[in-house]
Design a protein around this ligand. Structure first.
Ligand code: NDP
Ligand code: 2IT
Length: 448
């Protein structure tokens, strides 16, 4: 789809000039602006108040030095980021990613996506994201702690429970959130719900750990159901084997699917009998080991070196849960040729533009990340509510709310797509429904 609207084109052209070295960010913005064309055409206020020009510019970008000492006594330095993208509908909210591929483009694309995702949850959260190019792989607990303490020693002055509330993402789970929280509390002399994904003994919410993976399957299930389909008897391929992938496996299996393949950045495993998520929990959450060690638990399974080959495995449903651009046009065509009926994105922006075009041309179901993986941040929003109330809700209560939110997101995307003449296009519906709430809040708040 190419943009015709002159205003949208001028914003995008300007952005390309000013951010030529930020390919992931430009990819994310282009995808959204293409869907917004009918909305901008229909209401002149968005152009008049330059809503799009303001939306694509982060309210604030913080970049900082993160010095730390490794176990051998060497002084290391990494680069830290927090992009506070949009606070029109609530405090900035979004995860922290620790991975060697992190740079400003990656954090800006994630922060931009987060604006619309958070809006879709219906909870009052603005968009933000942060992280560092620190590589947690092979580091000791003590090194992780020293890094997290140093990272928070700068970050603390920019965040707060009503200002900006970070959480986990790739490389940031319960262990890291604990170290970050401890350092924030120490620096501020204040106990507050400044981070989500906290441990259950200090303000965390039940079901937050499971929320992104469960939410992905609740969303996919609602989508499939609306089209007379279900997970029942379906072969499912899940990429990744981290937080999102593990609980996507568990829920897809509970809903009647069979997860036959999972991966990490080194390679993938295939087990036609179905992969038990508990084995992956042991390998990844307890031992922090590689996926190929699955063969020590299930010797009949197969391991293949290299992660992108996972999309050549015939399956009915694909749940990409690893990282951005992990499904390219060629992989998408392979999935479709092998009979895949739907791709639901657990990771952020896992499909390249060519892959999305292939899904659309084939007419398969496509659940875009900002809708399909919103369950994690939605449950972070529920954690914030519990912290404010000084109460904790039961697992069932949080899980039921999460399910309701994901079903509501599917309905909102379907309705928005239909209203703007693109019935069935859930990708466009997600962008439009997410945009409208933020844009209308921005209109109400004047030029700021
Ligand atoms: P984890 O760190 O728990 O797991 C990441 C998984 O993806 C690992 O299996 C990792 O393999 C693999 N992976 C990461 N980078 C790459 C890469 N460059 N190439 C191949 N594989 C890679 O992260 P999460 O499960 O939390 O996050 C996964 C995705 O879901 C990300 O896109 C994240 O932004 C998104 N997401 C996460 C949410 C959350 O609540 N955690 C919420 C919504 C979206 P290896 O161990 O070998 O690196
Ligand atoms: O991409 C995401 O939505 C997340 N990593 C979760 C963010 C959050 O604040 O829970």
């Amino acid at each position: 789809m190419s943009i015709q609207n002159k205003y949208l084109l001028s914003v995008l052209d300007g952005l390309k000039v000013r951010n030529a070295h930020e390919p992931e960010f430009l990819q994310a913005v282009t995808e959204v602006l293409e869907s917004l064309e009918p909305v901008i055409d229909a209401d002149p206020r968005y152009e008049k108040m330059n809503i799009i020009g303001r939306l694509v510019e982060p309210e604030r970008v913080v970049m900082f030095r993160v010095p730390w000492t490794d176990d051998a006594g060497n002084v290391q330095v990494n680069r830290g980021y927090r992009v506070q993208f949009n606070s029109a509908i609530g405090p900035y909210k979004g995860g922290l990613r620790l991975h060697p591929t992190v740079n400003l483009s990656v954090i800006k694309f994630l922060g931009f996506e987060q604006i619309f995702k958070n809006s879709l949850t219906t909870l009052p959260m603005g968009g933000g994201k942060g992280g560092s190019d620190f590589d947690p792989k092979g580091k000791s607990d003590a090194e992780i702690m020293r890094f997290c303490q140093s990272f928070m020693t700068e970050l603390f002055r920019h965040i707060g429970p009503d200002t900006d509330v970070p959480a986990g993402d790739i490389g940031v789970g319960g262990r890291e959130i604990g170290f970050l929280f401890g350092q924030y509390k120490r620096l501020r002399n204040e106990w507050s719900g400044v981070l989500t994904g906290k441990g259950l003994t200090y303000g965390g919410s039940l079901a937050r750990t499971q929320a992104t993976g469960y939410g992905l399957c609740y969303f996919a299930n609602a989508y499939l159901k609306a089209n007379g389909q279900s997970f029942e008897g379906k072969k499912v391929v899940v990429s990744g084997s981290g937080n999102v992938a593990i609980y996507a496996n568990q829920k897809a299996t509970q809903l009647g699917g069979k997860v036959i393949a999972m991966s990490d950045s080194n390679g993938y495993i295939v087990d036609e009998n179905g992969i038990d998520y508990k084995v992956i929990q042991v390998i990844k959450e307890q031992k922090r080991d590689r996926i190929k060690t699955y063969l020590n638990y299930v010797p009949t399974a197969k391991y293949v070196e290299g992660c992108s080959g996972i999309w050549s495995i015939p399956c009915d449903i694909a749940l990409p849960c690893a990282t951005q651009n992990e499904i390219n046009g060629e992989s998408a065509k392979m999935l479709i040729a092998n009979g895949c009926i739907g791709v639901f994105e657990g990771a952020n922006m896992p499909s390249t533009p060519e892959a999305i075009t292939a899904y659309q041309e084939a007419g398969i179901f496509f659940g875009p990340a900002k809708a399909a993986n919103a369950g994690g941040v939605a449950t972070s929003g529920l954690e914030m509510s519990q912290n404010s109330e000084r109460l904790s809700w039961s697992f069932e209560e949080v899980d039921n709310k999460l399910k309701g939110i994901m079903e509501g997101i599917y309905a909102a995307c379907a309705d928005a797509a239909e209203k703007y003449g693109m019935a069935g296009n859930i990708q466009a519906g997600a962008n439009i429904a997410g945009f409208l709430k933020v844009a209308d809040a921005m209109l109400a708040q004047g030029v700021c």
